[in-house]
Ligand binder design. Structure first.
Ligand code: ZN
Length: 485
């Protein structure tokens, strides 16, 4: 175990060490609920757990702060469980093994859980310290943030009196997150006609892409496997004639797809041309995307000629044009920040067994920090679908947490940050999701912000946190609370 002797803030790391012993993967957080209930008991605090396992702890205002508006401090207790290949770690029962190397704290072959264990530990350290000055505190520890903000979604907001919320789930010191994108899913369905032809069956598969979160990584222009495959066929079309059998790719609307594949049919004598084209295509794309996707690969396999069901030529054109022209990636950028984007996440083809009609279906996730821009881009995808004779359905809509014009929390934090560290605190709107959004949507007039220390490689076994950054963030947070009279 790491030795934290002499490392400040001592209490934050003591609590982080303690909760690192409690298994707390998303969906397995009962141990944390129990730990926090026990903390509540030993610290003589009011509060307790709800049916979902969320815990709410109250602490009174310190002398002189009785009239100051209540502050909500919030962090999520669950963590993403990822381990290195070959690691025997059992997230169901083993403690996270902490490794301290200079300023870097990491785990031994697993995610560290600094996201959001450091946020939890900071709140516990504040509750534990009777020398700090602060308004009345309502401390909210939510479960299952990482699998869809399930805890925050069912939290009883009536139990909260505070209208100022500080969320501790961000990962850039010196950045204050003051809004986040909303989203909407668009499911497109285009009927396709079928035919049967005789020819050489070929399978092509795009792989080796980097992928990533469709909110957090969309500005990095990583290659989308489905888009790459559409381009492959568009360019192949200039070399040989082919007929598509099927096309599939991606498996989550909120992840940039890393693989896509298709079966198609060519004349036997054209196979060599397809091979040659494929090699050149692979080299061309690799050269274009060396910065983001240097492991890009196109795999090609062929069989023996026989009779094969394919799309009719008109349907094939529809499918390929649809994929080629579908909006995907950053749509609106302002001052270097992504306002609106979409991700073509899933593509499938299939035949309805009852009707015998072929279907080509896709799922896109549209995100925007502005509801109206989100809806306009979703509508564009609907128009694109309808133009090709298909139908589009809008699903799983969630509203953005929009940047408010003024905010006492924001102004106080910017002032305190400058006083403490002599630099301006940056205000950003995140393109990913944050629990603040759930609170802001459900509590009228809520002033919310999100901060956190420098955390790298979240959700991977290489996750690290900077120890000195935790100290600065904690000092900053305590100073902000003292300012909120
Ligand atoms: Zn988190």
């Amino acid at each position: 175990m790491a030795d934290f002797t002499g490392i400040r803030p001592e209490n934050v790391f003591r609590f982080f060490e303690e909760i690192s012993k409690v298994p707390r993967g998303s969906g397995n957080t009962a141990g944390m609920t129990e730990y926090l209930e026990n903390f509540c008991f030993t610290h003589n605090l009011d509060g307790g757990a709800d049916d979902a396992g969320n815990v709410l702890l109250y602490k009174d205002a310190t002398p002189g702060y009785e009239d100051a508006p209540t502050v909500i401090l919030q962090a999520h207790v669950d963590m993403v469980c990822v381990k290195e290949q070959g690691s025997s770690h059992d997230f169901g029962k083993d403690a996270i093994e902490l490794v301290l190397e200079g300023d870097v704290l990491r785990a031994n072959g697993t995610t560290l859980g600094a996201d959001d264990g450091i946020g939890v530990a900071c709140i516990l350290a504040i509750l534990d310290d009777d020398t700090l000055a602060h308004p009345a505190l309502e401390c909210v520890f939510t479960v299952d943030e990482e699998i869809g903000m399930l805890g925050a979604d069912v939290l009883d907001m009536e139990a909260l009196e505070g209208r100022r919320l500080i969320n501790l789930d961000s990962e850039d010191e010196g950045v204050l997150v003051a809004g986040c994108a909303g989203g909407i899913r668009v499911d497109s369905d285009i009927p396709i006609g079928r035919a049967v032809i005789r020819g050489m069956p070929v399978m092509v598969e795009i792989s080796g892409l980097r992928g990533g979160h469709s909110g957090v990584s969309i500005h990095e222009a990583r290659l989308n496997a489905i888009k790459a495959l559409a381009r492959y066929f568009r360019e192949l079309d200039k070399v040989v004639a082919f007929s598509l059998c099927d096309i599939s790719g991606g498996d989550k609307d909120n992840a940039i797809p890393v693989t896509a594949k298709s079966h198609f049919v060519v004349e036997e004598e054209d196979l060599d041309k397809v091979r040659e084209f494929t090699q050149k295509f692979e080299a061309r794309i690799k050269a274009e995307y060396t910065a983001s996707d240097d492991a890009f690969r196109v795999i090609l396999e062929s069989g023996t000629p026989h009779k094969i069901p394919v799309m009719d030529p008109k349907s094939q054109d529809k499918v390929l044009n649809f994929l080629l022209l579908m909006p995907c990636g950053v749509a609106v950028l302002r001052d270097g920040q992504v306002m609106t984007s979409s991700n073509l996440g899933i593509v499938r083809t299939g035949v309805d067994r009852q009707t015998g009609i072929g279907h080509f279906v896709t799922t896109s996730l549209v995100r925007s920090v502005m509801k109206t821009q989100r809806d306009a881009l979703a509508d564009k995808i609907c128009a694109h679908t309808e133009f090709l004779g298909g139908t589009a359905l809008l699903k799983e809509e969630f509203e953005p947490w929009e940047l408010t014009e003024s905010s006492v929390l924001r102004e106080t934090m910017q002032k305190v940050y400058k006083e403490l560290y002599g630099k301006e605190m940056k205000v950003e709107v995140s393109h990913g999701g944050l629990e603040c959004g759930v609170f802001a949507r459900r509590i009228e007039g809520l002033d919310a912000v999100s901060i956190g220390p420098d955390i790298q490689n979240m959700h991977t076994a290489k996750e690290t946190v900077s120890v000195s950054s935790v100290a600065r963030t904690y000092d900053f947070l305590c100073k902000v609370l003292a300012e909120l009279r």
